[in-house]
Design a protein around this ligand. Structure first.
Ligand code: NCD
Length: 340
């Protein structure tokens, strides 16, 4: 699998990422993973640049991971928290972004509860010819590209630690189980796993995976999806012979919408446990983006099983993958870099 030259200033969605671009991110992350294994885990790649984390929604791992990634690249980091900001005084989101622009921000990492906010800020930054790069750190139900890329890297590392490449994912069966309808993580993963040639199977109750969901998703694709995405409304056929199982958080806020009878019943039907993964390939590994509801979408025993669970690897790999994204957007962006 060959790398592609990088020519994106923003990463908002993975919908139009080619396999070669995904490979570029993977190979750049391999280099940064090596940096993170050194005694001095820092390189001067982004020295003098300002990375601003604009998180309008709560986050533990994504915000900390982007902050550490930027610091490991020697950038200066600003963190914005809505509760203590001028947003409470009526400032608009765009004006908040422009305030950070006026302070010399070069890269903005944006999370927002509404779909489309990172895209709107990126469009404004381009209109003003600022040269600022925007990374979507999760917007509404839309996408969470850095999570899907760290998931992809974790899968590649699990399959071939010496030579991680998306080529190893071709034909592998990956089951995604849980609240797919409300998951931006699932949407970004559908794009990247399909582009990598994996066989994706989805499993959830019909209220969280409506009939026709996958077909409608594929119809949106700007590039050819080589394999169909298969939907199941039961766990067993999705898990049968799977190489990997991605579990998703059951968003308890959905219970209020009466989309599920009870958490207990959900766990009985769709909870991924040590017993149930016996349907999968013997070497199966389990992932979860966090935060986890222990004993709901995944059993505690499986989550903590060091031979089966890749959950800690996902968190560790997140820093290297986010370093790769920050680096590619700022330094690897053609010849015009951030000067725009
Ligand atoms: C996810 C998110 O916020 O979209 N978590 C994460 O970023 N690690 C998934 C979730 O909230 O369930």
């Amino acid at each position: 699998m060959n790398n592609a030259p990088w020519n994106r200033r923003h990463v908002i969605s993975l919908a139009d990422f080619t396999a070669a671009e995904l490979e570029t991110v993977m190979q750049t992350a391999v280099s940064f993973r090596e940096v993170l294994s050194r005694r001095t885990k820092k390189v001067p790649a982004l020295q003098g640049l300002v990375v601003t984390n604009l998180f309008f929604e709560p986050s533990t791992r994504t915000r900390s991971s982007f902050e550490l990634a930027a610091k490991r690249l020697s950038a200066d980091v600003l963190n914005f928290a809505p509760g203590t900001s001028s947003l409470t005084k009526g400032e608009t989101i765009l004006d908040t972004a422009k305030t950070y622009l006026a302070m010399g921000t070069n890269l903005m990492v944006i999370r927002h509860g509404e779909s489309g906010v990172p895209d709107a800020i990126a469009a404004e930054m381009d209109r003003l010819q600022t040269g600022v790069g925007v990374l979507n750190a999760g917007d509404g139900l839309h996408e969470h590209p850095s999570q899907a890329l760290l998931d992809l890297f974790t899968l590649c590392m699990a399959l071939d630690p010496e030579n991680p490449s998306i080529a190893s994912l071709k034909g592998k069966k990956i089951a995604i189980v849980g609240d797919i309808l409300h998951s931006r993580v699932a949407r970004s993963n559908l794009w990247s796993l399909s582009a990598a040639g994996a066989e994706v199977h989805l499993a959830a109750p019909p209220t969280l995976l409506p009939p026709g969901f996958a077909e409608a998703f594929v119809a949106l694709s700007p590039i050819d999806i080589p394999r169909p995405i298969v939907q199941h409304w039961a766990l067993e056929p999705a898990l049968a012979d799977a190489d990997f199982v991605m579990t998703l958080r059951l968003q308890k806020e959905r219970m209020a919408q009466h989309l599920l009878p009870s958490l207990r019943e959900y766990h009985q039907q769709f909870g991924v446990t040590c017993d149930r993964i016996a349907y999968c390939q013997p070497q199966v590994k389990v992932l979860h983006p966090g935060p986890v509801n222990r004993g709901v979408e995944i059993s505690s025993e499986l989550m903590d099983d060091p031979h089966r669970s890749l959950i800690s690897d996902q968190v560790t790999n997140g820093v290297a993958v986010r370093m790769a994204l920050l680096y590619l957007i700022s330094v690897g962006h053609g010849t015009d870099g951030l000067e725009g």
